[in-house]
Ligand binder design. Structure first.
Ligand code: HEM
Length: 261
């Protein structure tokens, strides 16, 4: 079983040990959390959850496992957590890396986001399972454009390409313009069949809201304290073709403390 005495609210499901309190540590979702006071606040919050309503996901599972110990045994909980780690670690981590990269390439937007963080509002992230995602047709069908699909055919879509198509997003599709998601200053999500990064339909990503929450918490914590710049502006940043779109060679940034306004 996982030790639940210190539940990290950034990765919610997983714990940190007493020994790591106050030091730099790598949480189980692969996020480096440094010695911010905000982390200690998070730990205190987590302890509060433990005492009170047990709102984090692992505590909920543990409560459920008391009700149904036969089904929700340690192995079952372990498998759920492992599943979340596999599905949620590289996806969220590489999305955050590309988000920071885009903020470095667009310093004015970085300042705007940091300002929003100050005003305690939402920031904007671009998810990133870029690779083709597919299904196998279980019956003959005709796609909306008239293309005939036979039973057993594989049908794939390419989220990376779809996220850049002027046909779907307009002529400025390739521009980093987070405001495109705002209507009257308020974030409006689009149909998951259009914004396919989390897939859509019955098998849409189960961790979507979780991923957004986690990435927002990490972005807020980082942008509250730091201004980021690329370590080497002249270096061409490109990607490695894997299941998720990792930055080739990692993202090297310089972080300077923001002075409180
Ligand atoms: C930016 C972050 C994320 C992205 C872009 C993403 C994307 C996706 C996509 C495209 C699928 C569908 C795969 C398929 O069936 O073909 C999926 C499934 C899934 N995701 Fe995520 N995901 C993210 C974060 C997370 C997190 C943080 C968790 C859990 C903590 C998670 C849990 C799952 C699970 C359990 C499934 C399987 C759903 C099912 O088959 O019913 N994901 N995700």
């Amino acid at each position: 079983m996982v030790d639940v005495s210190y539940i990290c609210r950034v990765c919610v499901a997983l714990s940190r040990t007493k020994e790591s309190k106050g030091s730099v540590f790598l949480c189980s979702f692969g996020m480096v959390i440094t010695e911010f006071s905000v982390v200690d606040e998070l730990v205190e919050d987590s302890a509060m959850y433990r005492r009170n309503d047990k709102e984090d996901i692992l505590s909920r599972f543990l409560v459920e496992s008391k009700r149904n110990p036969y089904k929700m045994n340690d192995q079952y909980l372990r498998d759920i957590i492992l599943n979340f780690m596999i599905a949620g670690k590289d996806t969220s981590a590489s999305t955050l890396s590309w988000f920071l990269y885009m903020l470095c390439k667009n310093p004015l937007i970085q300042e705007k986001v940091a300002q929003e963080v100050e005003d305690i509002t939402d920031s904007n992230v671009i998810p990133l399972v870029y690779f083709k995602d597919g299904r196998c047709a279980n019956m003959d069908d005709i796609l909306p454009d008239g293309y005939i699909v036979k039973k057993g055919d594989g049908v794939y879509y390419m989220a990376y390409a779809m996220g850049r198509m002027p046909y779907i997003w307009g002529e400025d599709a390739e521009e980093f313009r987070p405001e495109r998601w705002l209507k009257n200053g308020i974030f409006q999500s689009d149909s998951p069949f259009k914004f396919v990064a989390f897939h859509a339909g019955p098998q849409i990503c189960l961790g979507k809201d979780f991923a957004y929450m986690q990435m927002k918490i990490v972005s807020i914590a980082l942008l509250h304290f730091f201004r980021f710049k690329l370590a080497d502006d002249t270096k061409n940043v490109t990607y490695r073709t894997m299941f998720t779109l990792q930055i080739d060679g990692g993202l090297h940034l310089c972080a300077t403390f923001r002075t409180p306004s």
